[in-house]
Design a binder for this molecule. Structure first.
Ligand code: NAI
Length: 488
């Protein structure tokens, strides 16, 4: 078996060295070839816009497994995140993250005798993480949020399969479907649909804001929580805070062909080069990898050694009893290695069975596959939402658009600004910016139209205004495929 290996940036190489030392000492790597690949900020700075070389890509694709350290991404400007690119190009659609109380890691919960042990399954491909962004007027930026039924199905099915395999009897779905009725509404609807295939597992859904409060008030009520991408990312860091910080949160990005194992945390620039970072998160991520490939015995042995070390007060500076000395990253690894073969005494040791390698190198698909959830439904074009720049008074804009629509099958039904209806009625308290969304719908009794009718309207509008985007309004099986504006 081969595993592609990228140490990453910042504290990445330090925690990777510690993790590999532990894996080697345990014997887990005896029949495994580690293949270093060039990925990270340095490669990005060399002009490789994906942050990895072509050789790195083909190595990861032939191995099917990547163990990686964190990689830095600039905030605001700069290139796209290498981490997100990796998850997306290899379709690692489910991000599994484990948060649990650990011995020797003091938190308000451990001190109160409350045990925390839950998983977050974060959708990893869609949502605002598509980072499909445009400047649509002088003053306005737009980010498109995409949610697909096949994308939801894949992550929900993974969450339920994982719960079933782990003997977990409840799965929660976090969402904001009360506000984003179509995107998060689909996420929730598909959760319910997939749940029906797992009748032995109880389900509940929770608004993500309430989820955050519940997680702080009573985290022990959760076992598996499935969330959309951005919400899952934010809630994960909150969850890490419950169990002692990011140094303890491992993660696996699971795909059908390629899976990536990495810490939840980033490059920790404040700690980089000091040799003080906590390697537990990456160590636990590598244990997830061992379990993923069937090396269950090795996974248990390494996990028990870490638990024994933590229980005996072995610590890095970010946790534990401050009156005890803090070890360097490398010495922490040595202390765990010394405990290989030991079992923790105060928490339940992990019993994982025997090694049975299940991993096979993936077979590269011949072409891109189109995945579908629903059979094709009858659809009808009923109008268009057009976003345009405008500096006229609202009443003049409305009058001019009504004039333009006169000779078309459409009439102007609504003008919205930042998603709030301001015409034909609205509130004088709504501040308007320089980008307007104008909605045209078919007049009653109009003939059936084609998209070309919308294009003709668009062309007429574009003669007078700068049109930045347009979206067809369609009904699918008689149901409106578009939302109402706030106040409409
Ligand atoms: P971060 O996770 O690197 O650090 C947040 C805080 O947690 C810092 O105070 C840091 O010292 C602490 N911390 C993180 N890992 C730790 C460890 N192993 N031991 C002890 N303390 C630890 O988040 P930040 O500073 O927001 O991001 C830094 C860079 O990392 C950014 O460029 C970001 O884009 C990138 N990043 C990469 C990720 C990945 O590779 N998957 C994930 C998250 C961020």
């Amino acid at each position: 078996m081969r595993i592609a290996l990228a140490s990453g940036d910042g504290i990445g190489p330090e925690i990777m060295d510690a993790t590999l030392a532990l894996l080697r000492a345990s014997g887990a790597l005896n029949n495994i070839e580690l293949v270093p690949v060039e990925m990270g900020k340095a490669i990005f700075d060399r002009g490789e816009t994906r942050g990895m070389t072509s050789e790195a890509i083909s190595t990861v694709e032939s191995c099917g497994l990547l163990l990686k350290g964190p990689m830095g991404t600039m905030s605001g400007g700069g290139g796209k995140s290498i981490n997100v690119t990796a998850r997306k190009i290899w379709n690692a659609f489910a991000n599994l993250r484990h948060f649990r109380s650990l011995p020797g890691v003091r938190t308000p919960y451990s001190m109160a005798g409350i045990g925390v042990d839950f998983y977050i399954v974060r959708e990893n491909i869609e949502d605002t993480y598509g980072s499909i962004e445009h400047q649509i007027s002088n003053d306005v930026m737009e980010c498109k949020r995409l949610t697909s039924a096949p994308g939801c199905d894949a992550v929900h099915r993974f969450a339920f399969e994982f719960a079933r395999k782990s003997g977990i009897d409840i799965v929660h779905c976090g969402h904001k479907a009360n506000i984003m009725k179509m995107t998060d509404g689909l996420f929730l609807e598909r959760f319910r649909s997939v749940a029906s295939e797992y009748p032995e597992i109880r389900t509940a859904d929770v608004l993500v804001d309430a989820l955050c409060m519940n997680m702080v008030m009573r985290p022990q009520q959760y076992r598996v929580i499935v969330l959309p991408n951005l919400q899952g990312d934010i809630v994960s860091d909150l969850a890490a805070g419950l169990v002692g910080g990011l140094g303890f949160a491992p993660s696996a990005n699971i795909g059908n062909h390629i899976s990536i194992f990495e810490a939840v945390h980033g490059t920790a620039p404040d700690l980089a080069g000091k040799g003080v970072a906590n390697p537990c998160s990456l160590m636990f991520s590598s244990i997830m990898l061992l379990r993923h490939v069937g090396l269950l015995g090795h996974a248990a042995r390494i996990e028990n050694a870490i638990l024994a070390a933590l229980e005996q007060g072995v610590r890095t500076a970010d946790f534990g009893d401050p009156t005890e000395p803090a070890l360097s990253t490398g010495d922490f690894a040595k202390a765990v290695i010394q405990r290989l073969g030991q079992q923790p005494r105060h928490v339940k040791p992990v019993v994982d069975g025997v090694d049975h390698l299940t991993h096979r190198p993936p077979v590269k698909p011949d072409s891109i596959e189109e995945v579908r959830t629903f059979a094709k439904r009858p659809e009808r074009v009923v109008g268009a939402d057009i976003t345009l720049d405008g500096s006229e008074k609202l009443s003049e804009l409305a009058g001019s658009l009504q004039g333009i629509a006169k000779t078309t099958p459409f009439h102007l039904t609504m003008i919205a600004n930042r998603g709030t209806q301001v015409w034909p009625s609205g509130s004088v308290y709504t501040d308007c910016v320089d980008s307007w969304c104008v909605r045209f719908e078919l007049r009653t009794g109009s003939r059936d139209i084609q998209q070309s009718d919308v294009m003709a309207l668009l062309e007429a509008i574009a003669r007078r205004y700068t049109v930045s985007t347009y979206t067809l309004l369609r009904n699918f099986a008689g149901k409106a495929g578009y939302s109402l504006a706030q106040g409409q």
